[in-house]
Design a protein. Structure first.
Length: 293
């Protein structure tokens, strides 16, 4: 009886230790959120401790902009990285379906992902300006990620941006303008380049479309549904401007899908359901997934 008791006790201890180790490993692999500025956004430092609001699929009240870090397993990592800008009409962020889910998909193909929580200019009583503060947040996020390239195990020259809907507008805010940092900036992060090496736009909104696409615009992958009255037009316009500038671009316009199909997993349309693979194919075909490229 005593021997049986001792054997059961040993099994129980091993089980508990194994469970604890599993919980620790899970906690260690949980995504980490990093504020873009240690003391809060410039000019709005007093708001940095105001709590975010999160419910169901959305996050609101972003007063301390940040990135949430999703890293692929080391044995799968390619060195490529993407800053993700979720949509939400600049009133909220569709954080789960257009932030976490695309980050997890990118991790599955060896790409590090950083989900940006940018300030929302159209939220009720927002003190933020649409043409200024999301751009500041996106530039700072790109520079912050590049400043930690060694820590994250990424190639700073293969850091791109992915934007959905309004997040596509934010992505475009930093894609077509010079992103060079200020060489004399007190904060060394602000001395780094903030321009993406490539961009991925999924049903992007119309506000970020430039009059002309410059010759140094990042190569682009774009996708929308033709029956999306809001956001199929912008990529048609961008396709023409990219071709005029002789900058590489790939565009997919699906017959159906409308707006806001996210990562396609809830769609009954085969083309929409599988669209993330088209993005992965483009990244592979442009050698972004080649380690040490």
């Amino acid at each position: 009886m005593n021997a049986t008791y001792r054997l059961l006790s040993a099994y129980l201890i091993c089980f508990l230790l194994g469970t604890a180790a599993s919980q620790i490993a899970s906690a260690q692999s949980a995504p980490v959120q990093i504020s873009l500025w240690p003391n809060g956004a410039p000019g709005f430092e007093s708001r940095r401790n105001e709590p975010e609001q999160a419910k169901d699929y959305w996050v609101r009240s972003i007063n301390n902009p940040s990135i949430t870090v999703y890293l692929p397993p080391k044995e799968k990592a390619t060195g490529a990285a993407v800053l993700i800008c979720p949509g939400g009409g600049h009133r909220e962020l569709v954080f789960n379906a257009e932030g976490r889910q695309p980050a997890e998909f990118l991790n599955s193909i060896g790409v590090a992902a950083f989900v940006l929580k940018y300030r929302l200019a159209r939220e009720e009583n927002s003190p933020y300006s649409l043409d200024k503060h999301p751009r500041e947040d996106a530039y700072r996020a790109m520079r912050l990620v590049r400043s930690k390239a060694s820590e994250f195990g990424i190639d700073p020259n293969r850091l791109g941006v992915l934007g959905f809907s309004a997040g596509g507008e934010v992505a475009e805010m930093i894609a077509y303008a010079p992103g060079k940092g200020l060489p004399d900036a007190p904060d060394p992060i602000d001395r780094l380049d903030g321009k993406p090496a490539f961009q991925l736009l999924i049903y992007p909104g119309p506000l970020g479309v430039p009059e002309t696409v410059p010759a140094d615009a990042p190569p682009a992958f774009m996708l929308a549904a033709n029956d999306d009255l809001c956001c199929s037009g912008p990529i048609v316009s961008l396709l023409q401007k990219y071709r005029a500038a002789n900058v590489p671009i790939e565009v997919h316009i699906y017959t159906q899908g409308k707006h806001g199909f996210n990562m396609g997993d809830r769609s009954k349309l085969a083309s929409i359901h599988s669209w993330p693979q088209r993005m992965a194919d483009w990244m592979a075909d442009t050698n972004l997934l080649v380690p040490g490229r």
